[in-house]
Design a protein around this ligand. Structure first.
Ligand SMILES: [Zn+2]
Length: 111
């Protein structure tokens, strides 16, 4: 029988265990928050702590909420233009030029 690939350890994703040093006895729980960019952050809270509705995403700064599928909307203070907005603006400019050109042509009696 071929062998040699014995599974050596079976560590099941153990986290850092350095928390007992301060002699904390209060149990802590980790709460998952998701931001609009689907970043998950899991701050830990003391059992008696009040869990906030939102948590600032450490990666992008957006507010994160506990509902993964319905994260809080990003701050409205940040002006953000979509690509579509740019395209629309450009098209409006082009339309404006076309209309202007047509008007000029009419003035010159070219139409
Ligand atoms: Zn984020």
């Amino acid at each position: 029988m071929a062998s040699g690939n014995a599974i050596r350890g079976s560590r099941v994703g153990a986290g850092p265990m350095g928390e007992a040093e301060r002699g904390e006895s209060a149990p802590r729980s980790r709460i998952s928050f998701w931001c609009a960019n689907k970043h998950e952050t899991r701050p830990s809270f003391a059992a008696e702590a009040v869990i906030p509705d939102t948590w600032d995403c450490p990666r992008c700064g957006f507010p994160a909420g506990q509902d993964e599928h319905n994260p809080p909307a990003p701050s409205r203070n940040e002006p953000y233009k979509t690509h579509l907005a740019y395209v629309r603006e450009r098209r409006t400019d082009a339309d404006g030029e076309a209309i202007l050109a047509e008007a000029l042509a009419k003035l010159r009696g070219e139409i």
